[in-house]
Design a protein around this ligand. Structure first.
Ligand code: NAD
Length: 429
């Protein structure tokens, strides 16, 4: 039934303290003291810091942080912190990395650390001539952009180029200016957005048009991270496994329905490291999926093929706009600890490692799918989740999960029956 006595129109909510807000929310939702206490326990993130990072804070949501082992990237061993709520993601990376470790692990590269900002101008009478007018002012544009961020300049970043496109849109031609900016160790959203906003009135004056949007593009295709690995046949279980993985890739390359799931698996690994390091998961995800559709058909971010001597070769290429400073990367103490675990000193190294993690993740998923199926590997942790959903607590979780795995059927109704037996047995004992 709809409760009409409750109102979400809460005046001045943003001006209250987190504790006051939590009190209001508890009353609204009928939270008991235990639930409210759990929300306000912010773990390794100071409540005052959380309150500065986002708006209307009442607490924090903790996500497990796991470490993927066995990763060797460009000749250097590295431990990978991964923040994820999904079971099997961390194990998948460990397994994939183990199977290519002796063959050298992952080799990576990066196309650059360039971000793109877009400025949209409409109602331009002569868009093609206006395009040339903008391009002719390259040096002026560079000076305006670089003047916005002297700190970025001092770290070797700044304006690199300007491009102008005439877009045919539903509301007529649009003139879209792209600022290409090297943002070095920053993800760079704020950096390039400021440049676009500062330049916008000039674009308006030079083109005679009206400027609307001034913001970065998350399709960061000037910031592509690449990773490659060879999995020897004896490590992966032979030719049939290799061919199954290649066939799975071909499936994804040919079918967007499959490619969506294929790339989701890649992002399981990618987003977990992006989140652990305080970076923007949505920015990286948007960039990855837009890049996957760049040909007009959504496809795979990875490629699998067979080397001349019959080994499995895997590669990945995707935009990777991550930073070591800016956003929550510097502010969140856990992100700082994760960056220390990764031992990265540049955003480029971080991006390259993340690409390697995405490839590792995909290898494991395809191998499982092409052989035993995905559920077998998921079974143990999934069984624990189902046991908890059925109400198991403490030791009961492992005991119920073990019983489910033994039966080979992980279902909540069975978990409930097992739990009932267990409790009945204990009560009777
Ligand atoms: P930021 O503005 O906090 O920090 C970047 C600035 O730090 C640079 O402009 C520079 O002045 C300075 N800096 C210091 N040392 C540097 C170094 N070694 N290399 C480069 N710059 C250095 O952060 P940002 O990276 O511009 O923006 C990231 C944030 O923007 C993220 O929180 C993201 O969520 C958010 N954001 C994203 C989008 C989007 O993706 N569409 C849009 C808006 C905001």
């Amino acid at each position: 039934m709809i409760d009409t006595t409750r109102s979400s129109r809460i005046s001045g909510f943003h001006k209250k303290s987190p504790a006051e807000r939590l009190g209001i929310v508890s009353d609204f939702a009928g939270l008991d003291a235990a639930a409210a206490a759990r929300l306000s326990d912010t773990g390794n993130l100071d409540l005052s810091l959380a309150d500065r990072l986002v708006e209307n804070v009442i607490g924090s949501m903790n996500i497990p942080l796991g470490i993927a082992t066995n990763m060797r990237v460009d000749g250097e061993d590295v431990l990978i912190p991964m923040a994820t709520e999904e079971s099997s993601v961390v194990a998948a990376v460990c397994n994939a990395a183990r199977q290519c470790y002796d063959a050298g692990g992952f080799t990576t590269s990066m196309s650059g650390t360039l971000m793109i900002a877009q400025i949209q101008a409409v109602d331009v009478a002569d868009p093609h001539a206006a395009r040339l007018r903008i391009l002719g002012r390259r040096e002026e544009i560079k000076a305006i952009c670089d003047g916005c961020d002297p700190v970025l300049l001092s770290f070797g970043g700044g304006f690199r180029d300007v491009e102008v496109r005439v877009l045919d849109s539903q509301s007529g031609p649009m003139l879209v200016t792209h600022l290409i900016v090297d943002t070095r160790d920053a993800m760079g959203a704020n950096a390039v957005n400021s440049m676009a906003e500062t330049l916008a009135p000039h674009i308006s004056a030079w083109t005679g048009g009206r400027v609307y949007l001034r913001i970065l593009s998350n399709l960061a295709d000037r910031r592509l991270a690449r990773a490659h690995a060879v999995w020897p046949l004896d490590q992966i279980g032979g030719e049939a496994v290799r061919d199954g993985i290649v066939s799975a890739y071909h499936f994804a390359a040919a079918d967007p329905y499959r490619a969506a799931t294929h790339n989701k698996g890649i992002m399981n690994g990618v987003s977990a490291v992006v989140l652990a390091t305080g970076n923007d998961t949505r920015a990286v995800e948007a960039g990855a999926h837009a890049f996957a559709a760049r040909s007009g058909q959504y496809g795979s971010l990875t490629r699998f093929e067979v080397t001349a001597d019959g080994q499995l070769s895997g590669s990945i290429e995707l935009p990777m706009a991550v930073g070591l400073i800016g956003g929550a990367t510097k502010a969140h103490p856990t992100a700082q600890a994760c960056l220390k675990i990764l031992a990265v000193t540049s955003a480029e190294r971080l991006a390259r490692i993340i690409a390697a993690v995405g490839l590792a993740q995909n290898f494991s998923a395809l191998k499982a799918l092409a052989t035993t199926g995905i559920q077998k590997g998921h079974m143990a942790l999934h069984a624990q989740n189902i046991a908890m959903m059925a109400g198991a607590v403490g030791d009961e979780i492992d005991r119920v999960a073990a019983a489910l795995v033994e039966r080979g059927t992980v279902r909540q109704d069975i978990a409930q029956a097992v739990l009932q037996d267990l409790r009945g047995g204990a009560a009777g004992a």
